[in-house]
Design a protein around this ligand. Structure first.
Ligand code: NIG
Ligand code: FE
Length: 419
């Protein structure tokens, strides 16, 4: 199909446009002052200085940005979107002195969410996930990764992926297969048998039914060992999937080195990454996905060594890790603030972390920048400068989001979009 060239939407009077494309503007963020973006259907037709805007593009339906900041739609590249139940009692149990691992061993944690999810209908899970996506969109997020992992049976894991892939929401969803989240209780005496369920029953079906293009594993003492993760991810690669892993979160066990060895898209968490792990990631070009919300909400101080990673040349993304146990928030701009305060990232690094590096962590080539031909996902902020978004916290300052060329203002209906 020939791409549409007739403009359908114009975002005009942009005070500061972050294209994230150094060829289109100044510095690594590709900044253009006094700019406009023209959209044709789902795609960007023009992004740049207003004075260069071709005259016929001015005819399109127009959103006046009134001198505001416009950026690519944020990409949240690590979430556990689809689940039922609430674990806020565990939050208070931790504050009273119990650890995340202890709570998990005594029947709480991930396994508790698995039970609540098993008891919820497809309709219920869909409704919960959609209201979470509403909150993501209100925070300026137009693409969300959604991991399975709260079922741990072949039928259940496939169900979660099907739900994630068919939410019909303005926010695009990228489903990731995380059948190896933890070993379900029935397999405690024979972990190898569960690994075989993942490699021989789940993965081939995920691929045959095209439910996900990415396989993730929670590699940790509390979940799967490096050897088990290597087996699962090796099989996933053999079946043509991209791979990534939860690495070096609670225990430093060489997850980052494994991610690098496998050429993974990303190694996520990395609170306990070793210097060898940092060096390995910088050689492999694997994205480090940092999740400061999980450290914060677990009441810990063990933030990942973002500066070491950045200074070693590792691409760094920032994400919410939205999940019911360690990071129940859809507020990615708040994570941007935590990235500044706790990870010591600069405003430029943070913006790169929620746009281009996040796109790379999901192998998405059509977004994360605002350039002709790419998906028209953008945000008009109640802000004038890029520093202002991480430079406030708690609330969100989104005036309007455009996803796949369609505008969604605060409070407008965001349902029914097809992706
Ligand atoms: O990313 N680390 C593993 N998974 C989640 C926690 C999930 C849960 O506690 O439900 C995480 O932190
Ligand atoms: Fe996670």
């Amino acid at each position: 199909m020939k791409p549409a060239t007739h403009p359908t939407l114009l975002v005009d009077s942009i005070g500061c446009l972050l294209t994230l494309d150094p060829d289109l503007g100044d510095g690594p963020l590709g900044i253009v002052e006094d700019a406009a973006v023209a959209v044709a259907g789902e795609r960007i037709l023009f992004a740049g200085a207003r004075r260069r805007l071709p005259a016929p593009y001015r005819e399109a339906e127009t959103i006046g940005a009134g001198g505001a900041l416009v950026t690519p739609g944020l990409i949240d590249c690590h979430t556990h979107l689809v689940f039922a139940g609430d674990r806020s009692d565990e939050f208070f149990a931790r504050l009273a002195g119990r650890s995340y691992e202890e709570i998990a061993r005594s029947g709480g944690g991930i396994r508790r969410t698995v039970e609540a999810t098993a008891g919820a209908s497809d309709e219920k899970l869909r409704a919960l996930a959609r209201s979470r996506l509403d909150r993501f969109l209100a925070a300026g997020v137009t693409t969300v990764e959604a991991k399975s992992g709260y079922a741990l049976s072949p039928e259940g894991e496939l169900r979660l992926l099907r739900i994630a892939g068919s939410l019909g929401h303005a926010v695009s969803v990228v489903p990731t297969f995380l059948g190896a989240h933890v070993v379900p209780p029935g397999f405690a005496a024979d972990r190898g048998a569960y690994v075989r369920v993942v490699t021989e029953e789940m993965l081939p079906r995920v691929v045959a039914e095209r439910l996900s293009g990415i396989c993730d594993v929670f590699c940790d003492e509390a979940a799967f060992s490096v050897d088990e993760a290597a087996l699962i991810l090796g099989r996933a690669k053999g079946l043509g999937l991209e791979v990534k892993l939860h690495a070096d979160q609670l225990t430093g066990n060489g997850g980052a080195e494994l991610a690098a060895r496998l050429g993974a898209l990303s190694a996520d968490h990395l609170e306990r990454v070793s210097d060898e792990g940092v060096a390995a990631l910088s050689r492999s070009g694997t994205v480090a996905v940092l999740l400061p919300g999980a450290v914060f909400f677990l009441g810990k101080r063990s933030y990942p060594p973002a500066r070491k990673l950045l200074d070693a040349g590792v691409p760094v993304a920032v994400s919410t890790d939205f999940n019911p146990g360690t990071s129940p928030t859809e507020n990615l701009p708040l994570m941007m603030t935590l990235a500044a305060v706790e990870l010591r990232m600069t405003a430029e690094e943070i913006w790169t972390g929620v746009t281009t590096s996040a796109a790379r962590a999901l192998a998405l080539k059509d977004r994360g920048r605002l350039a002709p031909g790419l998906r028209a996902d953008l945000v008009v902020w109640e802000a004038a400068r890029p520093e202002e978004v991480p430079g406030r916290f708690g609330g969100v300052a989104v005036r309007c989001a455009v996803s796949g060329g369609r505008p969604f203002g605060m409070g407008l209906d965001s349902r029914g979009a097809s992706h």
